[in-house]
Write a protein that binds this ligand. Structure first.
Ligand code: HEM
Length: 294
């Protein structure tokens, strides 16, 4: 159904609020771990409440209620929304709140992809050589535009993925907060139940212990230059960029967090981010008239 102007404005507000919430959640305020400070933050907390209730209403009235009244359990799912709403009717273990949280996370996640790609374009505009190197990869794999590029080509295009990772290193949430559900330990430290534990991405991503020249924007740090071996351990024909491959494991780089609460959308970001970026670079020149403003 096309969105009328009112619905579109409402949707824009919701997307803006989701952006604000995501930015805010991971800032790490003092009151996150000193809750007695909350009275000093009431204006801020009211603002967050306004953002969350607006997006919750949107999801309830414009998505869940509209679709739920027309759902036909006999027909195959039209999309993800149908599948979620049907699971609510068919599986007694799925609660209404679970469905709403999933919608919120997935809509919020998509705004994160949009923001990530906007940032990648800003870095390309600021460092035109990066755009040129991506274009070389696109030209090579598409045979200078003779064939289209699909997700199956991702492994052949390590540089473009390395650019996305380097942008994430520079921009991912500074902290990821968690709460211990039981008494436990992190090597060297005891952690009692209800302790708040932060993954400190900010330090992990800029520490000189983890990265060479961390302040520099250098996608190649995510690449290994190892020749590709075949099953018999023989060197196969090197790919065009001298055997560069995306590093398989970068242990201290956690933009999507780790463990059972790791980001559910991380593979979607890889695929969707890759596709979007290839399409834009193939079809547009990305530059800025005034780099100093980026
Ligand atoms: C640049 C894009 C994104 C980044 C950097 C990102 C990062 C994160 C991080 C750090 C977490 C917290 C994990 C934790 O608590 O340990 C998270 C959770 C989550 N993300 Fe993403 N995310 C992105 C995009 C997406 C997308 C596109 C989706 C889905 C369409 C998505 C779905 C989720 C969900 C459902 C969770 C909650 C997982 C859970 O609590 O079990 N994210 N994400």
């Amino acid at each position: 159904m096309p969105l009328g102007p009112d619905r579109l404005n409402y949707l824009n507000d919701v997307i803006e609020y989701l952006d604000e919430i995501f930015r805010d959640i991971n800032q790490g305020y003092l009151f996150d771990f000193l809750p007695w400070l909350i009275p000093f933050y009431t204006t801020h907390i009211k603002k967050i409440m306004h953002w969350s209730t607006t997006k919750r209403k949107f999801i309830l009235y414009k998505i869940v209620d509209c679709r739920e009244s027309n759902i036909n359990l006999e027909e195959p799912d039209k999309d993800f929304t149908d599948a979620l709403l049907k699971s609510l009717r068919e599986d007694q273990n799925v609660s209404r709140n679970t469905i709403i949280f999933m919608f919120e996370d997935f809509i919020g996640g998509h705004t994160a992809v949009g923001n990530l790609i906007m940032l990648v374009l800003a870095y390309i505009a600021k460092n035109p050589i990066i755009g040129e190197l991506i274009m070389q990869e696109v030209d090579f794999v598409s045979n200078y535009g003779v064939r289209s590029i699909s997700l199956y080509d991702m492994n052949k295009m390590p540089y473009i993925m390395a650019v996305i990772l380097e942008v994430l290193r520079h921009s991912s949430s500074p902290i990821v907060p968690h709460v211990a559900m039981e008494d436990t330990g992190i090597p060297g430290f005891g952690v009692t139940k209800e302790t708040i534990v932060f993954i400190n991405n900010f330090v992990l991503n800029i520490s000189e212990n983890n990265w060479k020249y961390p302040a520099q924007f250098e996608p190649k740090r995510f690449l290994d230059q190892t020749p590709v071996l075949n099953k018999l351990g023989k060197i196969t024909k090197k790919n065009y960029n001298n055997g560069f491959q995306l590093k398989k494991c970068i242990p201290l780089f956690l933009p999507f967090s780790v463990g059972k609460r790791t980001c559910l959308g991380k593979n979607l970001i890889r695929g969707f981010g890759f596709h979007l970026l290839v399409y834009i670079i193939k079809n547009y020149n990305v530059n800025s008239a005034d780099f100093s403003k980026i």
